[in-house]
Design a protein around this ligand. Sequence first.
Ligand SMILES: Cc1cc2nc3c(=O)[nH]c(=O)nc-3n(C[C@H](O)[C@H](O)[C@H](O)COP(=O)(O)OP(=O)(O)OC[C@H]3O[C@@H](n4cnc5c(N)ncnc54)[C@H](O)[C@@H]3O)c2cc1C
Ligand SMILES: *[C@@H]1O[C@H](CO)[C@@H](O)[C@H](O)[C@H]1NC(C)=O
Ligand SMILES: *[C@@H]1O[C@H](CO)[C@@H](O)[C@H](O)[C@H]1NC(C)=O
Ligand SMILES: *[C@@H]1O[C@H](CO)[C@@H](O)[C@H](O)[C@H]1NC(C)=O
Length: 521
Amino acid sequence: MALVLAILCFLCGNAILPSSASSDSFLQCLTSMMPSELVYQQSSSGFMSVLQSSIQNPKFLTNTTVRPLCIVTASDVSHVQAAVRCGRWHGVRLRVRSGGHDYEGLSYRSVQPEVFAVLDLARLRGVRVVPGEGSAWVDAGTTLGELYYAVGTANPGFLFPGGACATVGVSGFISGGGIGLMMRKYGVGGDNVLDARIVNAAGDVLDRAAMGEDLFWAIRGGGGESFGVVVAWRLKLSAVPPTVTVVNNLRTMEQGVAYLLAKWETTILSPSLPADLTIRVVLQERHAFFQTLYLGRCSELLATARGVFPELGMTAADCNEMSWLRAMAFIYFGNAATPPEALLNRTNSLGTYFKSKSDYVRRAVGKAGWDALFQQWLSKNGNGLMILEPHGGAVGGANTATTSPYPHRRGVLFNIQYGSMWWGEANGTAAAAALRWLDGLYGFLGQYATSNPREAFANYRDLDLGQNVVGRDGVSSYRSGRVWAEKYFMGNYRRLAAVKAMVDPSDYFRNEQSIPPLPKF
Ligand SMILES: Cc1cc2nc3c(=O)[nH]c(=O)nc-3n(C[C@H](O)[C@H](O)[C@H](O)COP(=O)(O)OP(=O)(O)OC[C@H]3O[C@@H](n4cnc5c(N)ncnc54)[C@H](O)[C@@H]3O)c2cc1C
Ligand SMILES: *[C@@H]1O[C@H](CO)[C@@H](O)[C@H](O)[C@H]1NC(C)=O
Ligand SMILES: *[C@@H]1O[C@H](CO)[C@@H](O)[C@H](O)[C@H]1NC(C)=O
Ligand SMILES: *[C@@H]1O[C@H](CO)[C@@H](O)[C@H](O)[C@H]1NC(C)=O
């Protein structure tokens, strides 16, 4: 019996780590099915620049990073099908990359040594909007900035409720749920998808009708990579008035920022706060930056804000009235004069190393807590920050069984993103100090954040939360997935794993934090 098991494991081990012969046959298969100039092998002169093209964090550009065998730059859905079919036939896994913003770089690197290919979708982009129509087909490699630009120029009067960062890929954003300044009005990214086209593990293209409602539910927030390669999304667009208002208010420790935050977090609870109004807060060093987006004019905003949050002291002089498209550019670039065309720029600067973590808060922190946070943590490190994204409104009331898998809804006050930055080396003393500070801050917030599970946001991927363990059957174990996945997906983890068992039981599409298949008992 032991011998039989040993032989079985030896065989499955071979299937997981392909030999150089199967790498060669994989490459031959690819080049027989698509133009060879779209496949960049490590020896190609363009390999490094294509690999780097959408990497956001130089941490994953070191010479110890596990790199792909090749990068497939698909420019047509048939190339995606070819990559999946060749990959399955020859035992080479794919890492799918759209915008490349994954916080742990899992769309283009493997944590453990592994032979894999990157399927890069940056060439597969385009937005088809019809003026006056409340929906758009969006190719998978499109960025949020490209989507905003297409909607704002071709279909003014509509918006898509995305995030603040224009270079984030639409596909990764939706695959992890997708939060932003318009979600209190219209829900998370995954709630705003009407249809999708996915290439499944057999290499077939399925639309919503063909994939069925369970898979269609899972791909709208159950995490990228796990279920197949999404090649296009049909997104719901929503109405926006011709003029919206953006306000930035900076308040320092000396100006009583802790008191303001204590007022802010109780305001979020108030049902009288209209969903047209969102005030997110960025905390850094000795100040808080209150960033307001109001889906309407300044005069209405002031009437509302003075009623619900008079302590902030917002005035007409603070208001920046503009179109929704210009507001998206202003919020991202921080300059009201930046033209909307800048939202089309996909170039990364790759200057700053960073590590992020996340939390959800369901009970108010209170003035004493905010005071301690500034005194003991933020004021001690100018290279750290926290971003607080208020929930409530359309997100707070929704039920995930009928919407999309994003589980942090009813009762959540706000999401926290922690960030710690450094410069110099990926893994030197500056990195160690930055990570120590971040771990300490995360430990300190434990008393205020949710527990059992300590909720985390799938789009702010954090490998500290855990990684899948691949079992003897060559499949990621459901039990190992619970450790991290119940933080991201809470009670939805089991349903996601059941969908995975249905569509990819052999676990071809996987990474360190993909959904494992639910075992059959
Ligand atoms: C500067 C910055 C700001 C951010 N701001 C926000 C924000 O405001 N709100 C928010 O919700 N998130 C935000 N994020 C997080 C971001 O949404 C996630 O990192 C998201 O996964 C990025 O999507 P991507 O396509 O750029 O990433 P990728 O690295 O390309 O992909 C991310 C994951 O999805 C998988 N994937 C990608 N494309 C596909 C596809 N077509 N089919 C199947 N799987 C796919 C990848 O394999 C990977 O596992 C931010 C990130 C950064 C770096
Ligand atoms: C990796 O990079 C470091 C410096 O960044 C260098 O010292 C080292 O020699 C490199 N190793 C290899 C194998 O190239
Ligand atoms: C695009 O963005 C990069 C990185 O931020 C910047 O260096 C570059 O100047 C921008 N290009 C244009 C044309 O704005
Ligand atoms: C950083 O260096 C330490 C000590 O050399 C090592 O244990 C750790 O694995 C390294 N981390 C990364 C991400 O390379």
